[in-house]
Design a protein around this ligand. Structure first.
Ligand SMILES: [Zn+2]
Length: 157
């Protein structure tokens, strides 16, 4: 994982690229895998860039799986947790009323609540949102959903 000079996670890169960044003097190692591989040199696990600091926050796109992830796989009306295939997306302001596909207007919803709500607003359907939907904070590990997160990364993410 690559951190900027302020230790904010930037992206996940492979060890070889990390190694070459360290070797060329652009970054330094803060955590390595040496204890795992017993290697001749240290494979970087976490590197920190020497100079760059990210100023603008990264905005993730509101895809189906990103929305489920933000809402912790819980229907935002009944707050029950469901597996991926039992969930759907709900437009808070219905599409037919000009509701957009944005982080603020899309929530995770179970089939039952989705049917009940239909093309009404939460007020009209007398259904209350568990929380106001918002753009989530960028997560570097979210960009690689199937990656097993090393323990050495935990304190940085
Ligand atoms: Zn529900």
């Amino acid at each position: 994982m690559k951190l900027d000079a302020a230790y904010q996670p930037l992206e996940i890169i492979d060890s070889l690229r990390a190694f070459s960044m360290v070797y060329s003097g652009r970054a330094r190692i803060v955590e390595d895998h040496s204890h795992q591989f017993n290697a001749l040199f240290n494979y970087p696990s976490v590197i920190v860039l020497n100079s760059y600091v990210r100023k603008k926050p990264v905005i993730m796109s509101p895809t189906r799986s990103n929305i489920y992830w933000r809402d912790l796989y819980r229907c935002q009306y009944c707050y029950n947790k469901f597996p991926h295939n039992k969930l759907t997306l709900d437009h808070v302001i219905p599409k037919s009323r000009g509701g957009n596909k944005t982080w603020e207007n899309i929530v995770t919803c179970c089939e039952k609540c989705n049917q009940k709500k239909g093309s009404k607003t939460p007020d009209e359907a007398s259904m209350k949102l568990f929380r106001v939907p918002a753009v989530p904070k960028f997560s570097v590990v979210r960009t690689k959903p199937h990656l097993k997160i090393p323990i050495s990364w935990k304190k940085f993410i």
